[in-house]
Write a protein that binds this ligand. Structure first.
Ligand SMILES: [Fe+2]
Ligand SMILES: [Fe+2]
Length: 152
């Protein structure tokens, strides 16, 4: 079940530019989560919440594009079976988002739990972006180029 937000519509740009933008956004969000980590470490709960608030709209626009544009292409070209692994990777979006919300809540409650969950969030996020950059995106680009060749 995709969690793409209705308020975040797919961006209009060509497919290859979109993938480049998505990779750049991984770095932007990782930098944001590093700020969350630094703030959590020094016990600055206000800064934890502020950094997460900056990541939030980037993440939601990002997954709106992944779940519409990338996934739609893969399923359209390869079928649900052929895109099974990629669907699984995108199913991490919801748990990642829940964890972001949990970390934001913990920021005002429990320093030790905050540190644990924030660690878990960063780990999960890095794993996720790695799977996309090494697996999902190259496959999507290859599939896109195949489609373009066929249609040419
Ligand atoms: Fe993703
Ligand atoms: Fe991503």
């Amino acid at each position: 079940m995709p969690m793409a937000d209705k308020r975040f519509l797919p961006r209009q740009m060509d497919f290859e530019s979109m993938v480049r933008v998505l990779v750049e956004e991984h770095r932007v969000m990782e930098a944001g989560l590093a700020r969350v980590e630094a703030a959590a470490t020094r016990g600055d709960f206000h800064a934890v919440a502020a950094a997460l608030e900056q990541v939030d709209p980037v993440f939601r626009q990002h997954i709106a594009d992944e779940e519409s544009q990338i996934l739609r292409l893969l399923i359209g070209e390869l079928g649900v079976k052929g895109a099974e692994a990629e669907i699984k990777v995108f199913q991490q979006h919801r748990p990642i988002y829940r964890l972001m919300q949990l970390v934001a809540e913990l920021a005002s409650k429990s320093a030790s739990e905050l540190a644990d969950e924030q660690c878990r969030l960063n780990e999960l996020f890095h794993k996720h972006t790695g799977l996309e950059e090494r697996g999902v995106f190259p496959k999507a680009l290859g599939t896109f180029q195949e489609q373009r060749k066929r249609r040419a």
